[in-house]
Design a protein around this ligand. Structure first.
Ligand code: ARG
Length: 286
């Protein structure tokens, strides 16, 4: 058994990992299928099985229930097969919901559908001017928003984000088409101010963005290509429990070494659409 810790984080100085409650929005994959191709994972010629997608999604839902999360549901809409990837539906902090404006026409009707849900749920909704795919590209870490661009969200949305939330926004440029949303290349393990901790795939970023990550997060867990290739980073953490793709075995070991409790789930069917755990999860922060 190896106990080597790959990063600079000293076990003796490591903060106690403590779970904090989470409130999330999810969407049952009732109409899930792959009929168009907007990322390299999608292949309309490869068959999908909606009942398998539903079963796997249910296992994720049940896992969150067991962890005590407060789970909200948005009704799926026929003809919007990617709606299951709720993370793209917006970005919600301080009770403010910044709506999504999708890159590809196939997903554009999802933007207003999610904004309607936010409005009915009592959030202060801000309609987007700029193209952005919500929490797929925006991650809150401490008081800072890490914001991805390169494939989907326009960097102009980062400026809009900053003015809406009045927080520092750090732009990160993605360069590998397989990791086209920030949440496929970065996992926020602990967002608590003062104890920020993330994991990421170094090769997913351009040199400048990688330097920013290295400088800001010297203790980050660096995930390997194999685990990233099963969307291992596309995970959801409450500060202690980290729900991850069960096939990301090295990442699982790294998480244990860093004091987390990894919980594996199999979302292989939803991976056919290019999404994993985090994609199916939108955090609602009031
Ligand atoms: N098929 C979807 C798309 O390409 C997958 C979205 C995955 N979501 C995410 N948050 N990474 O838009």
């Amino acid at each position: 058994m190896s106990t080597v810790i790959e990063t600079g984080e000293q076990p003796s100085l490591r903060p106690e990992r403590t779970p904090t409650g989470r409130r999330v929005l999810m969407c049952r994959p009732e109409y899930f299928t792959v009929v168009y191709r907007i990322n390299p994972w999608m292949n309309p010629a490869e068959p999908t099985d909606t009942s398998v997608a539903l079963e796997q999604w249910q296992a994720l839902y049940d896992t969150y229930l067991r962890l005590g999360y407060d789970i909200e549901l948005i009704d799926p809409i026929e003809g919007l097969p990617d709606m299951v990837y709720a993370a793209n539906g917006g970005f919600v902090v301080d009770g403010i919901a910044y709506g999504a404006k999708f890159t590809y026409p196939e997903r554009q009707p999802e933007g207003p559908a999610y904004m309607d849900w936010f409005r009915r749920a009592g959030f202060d909704v801000r309609a987007p001017r700029e193209v952005n795919e919500g929490e797929g590209d925006f991650l809150l870490v401490g008081d800072t928003i890490l914001a991805g661009t390169g494939f989907r969200s326009d960097s102009l949305s980062h400026v809009e984000l900053g003015s809406i939330f009045g927080r520092e926004v750090v732009t990160l440029r993605l360069v590998d088409p397989s990791f086209y949303h920030l949440d496929t290349a970065v996992a926020v393990l602990d967002p608590t101010p003062g104890r920020e901790h993330i994991a990421y795939l170094p090769t997913a970023f351009d040199a400048e963005s990688l330097a920013v990550l290295q400088q800001r997060f010297p203790d980050a867990i660096l995930v390997n290509e194999t685990d990233a290739a099963v969307l291992g980073l596309n995970s959801f953490s409450d500060g202690y429990n980290v729900v991850i793709a069960s096939r990301a075995t090295d990442f699982e070991r790294q998480l244990r070494e860093h004091g987390y409790n990894p919980i594996g789930v199999d979302l292989s069917e939803l991976l056919l659409g290019g999404g994993g755990v985090k994609c199916c999860t939108l955090e609602l922060r009031s």
